[in-house]
Design a protein around this ligand. Structure first.
Ligand code: NAD
Ligand code: DAU
Length: 350
């Protein structure tokens, strides 16, 4: 099998590439990535010389390039993760999200359709990795299931919802063998430090303020990134064509409670006085259109395909902190260069 994984130099993509390269030596894994600010080949140093791994630098928005690549390599399957992924950036620059998340996805679908429609085609699967944010926001009760109506609120989630609709349309119209999964918030190693958890780990380390939007009452359902990668492996190999699976850890936390827990873990790790890091918490202006609560019901995935999350949140968060403290160079590299400007801009505004 020749599998194209898009966005493999990003946070989740790098865990998926690593898992597939190590677990399936008979597959050839192509990692296609534009290497935006969020893509970093340092995330894959440990597997970059494996014989079944190939990196291709390129932009999924460039239809000509994508069509040529598919014609040349004749992939058997695609696992599509490449995206603009940060909600705050989508509020500042929505069009970038339309280009990559919508047009980029349709370019891949078109190229996959061409392979699939060839005589004697061996194209088997187009797996689209999506998010729980397409379902919108919950009140105090209830959970998102696979049949919850789409109700996106941010430009990011609207672009992901649009891409999901295109994937289903290509399945229904052209019989392209598609599957989709919608996952909750991930955390773990290689998470870019613009997102809540790694941002706060980095800020605690440097004794900088911890910006909590609004009152910190918003709830997210956190899943360790390696558990997401395992779910993608199971769904890729076992899901029926045209199916959708929700992925989540049944692990809801208010943002303020996540950050308080993180502060306590890092008081110990950094040998600081208990309560010292909590003093860094600063409530700042809320995110526009901020979804109140996400909660994923992953019963279908658990019952039909036998996947379960492996880690408790406290254990996963401690493991994550240990990774960031042991990988200072990685953190310094990704917070310098072009990202530094964005990072400093954010702080100038707060
Ligand atoms: P990320 O921002 O860390 O990585 C995105 C990757 O895509 C980067 O390597 C980037 O260089 C690449 N990329 C961006 N634009 C590209 C383009 N035009 N052409 C080629 N490559 C491009 O994102 P992530 O957090 O790892 O998310 C990966 C996928 O999972 C996304 O589709 C996201 O919507 C979805 N998702 C993320 C989460 C989460 O909590 N992070 C949860 C559910 C679903
Ligand atoms: O639910 C899945 C989604 O999770 C993915 O689809 C997205 O790609 C991913 O970025 C993530 O989106 P969120 O907006 O939930 O993640 P973020 O880390 O940006 O924010 C988590 C929560 O913390 C959210 O309620 C906003 C809040 N927050 C975030 C930042 C960056 C703060 O309070 N302060 C901050 O500085």
């Amino acid at each position: 099998m020749k599998i194209l994984i898009t966005g493999g130099a990003g946070f989740i993509g790098s865990h998926v590439v690593r898992l597939f390269v190590n677990k399936y030596p008979d597959y050839t894994i192509y990692n296609l990535d534009k290497l935006t600010y969020a893509g970093n080949l340092e995330n894959l140093r440990d597997i970059e010389n494996k014989p079944n791994y190939k990196f291709v630098k390129g932009d999924i928005v460039d239809a000509g390039f994508i069509n040529e690549l598919f014609a040349k390599e004749q992939f058997n399957a695609v696992i599509h993760l490449a995206a603009e992924s940060h909600v705050d950036r989508s509020i500042t620059n929505p069009l970038e999200f339309v280009y990559t998340n919508v047009i980029g996805t349709v370019n891949l679908l078109n190229a996959a359709k061409t392979l699939f429609k060839q005589e004697g085609s061996s194209f088997k699967r187009f797996y689209h990795v999506s998010t729980d944010e397409v379902y919108g926001s919950l009140g105090d009760e209830g959970m998102f299931t696979e049949t919850t109506a789409y109700d996106p609120h941010s430009p990011y989630s609207a672009s992901k919802a649009s891409s999901d609709h295109f994937v289903r349309a290509y399945h229904d119209t052209y019989k392209l063998p598609c599957v989709i999964s919608n996952c909750s918030n991930n955390y773990g190693p290689y998470h870019f430090p613009e997102k809540l958890i790694p941002l706060c780990i980095n800020n605690i380390k440097h004794n900088r303020s911890l910006p909590i939007y609004g009152k910190g009452e918003n709830v997210r359902d956190w899943l360790f990134v390696e558990d997401h990668a395992r779910a993608i492996d199971v769904i890729f190999h076992k899901a029926k064509e045209g199916s959708t699976y929700n992925i989540g850890g049944h692990n809801e936390w208010k943002n303020i409670d996540v950050i308080r827990l993180l502060c306590r873990i890092m008081d110990k790790k950094l040998n600081r006085e208990p309560g010292c890091n909590e003093k860094l918490i600063t409530f700042v202006t809320d995110r526009a259109g901020h979804d109140l609560r996400y909660a994923i019901d992953s019963t279908k995935l658990q019952n039909e395909l036998g996947w379960k999350p492996s880690l408790q949140f406290e254990e996963g968060l401690e493991k994550t902190v240990d990774w960031y403290l042991a990988n200072e160079t990685w953190l310094e590299n990704v917070t310098s260069g072009s990202y530094a400007h964005y990072y400093e801009d954010q702080y100038a505004r707060r």
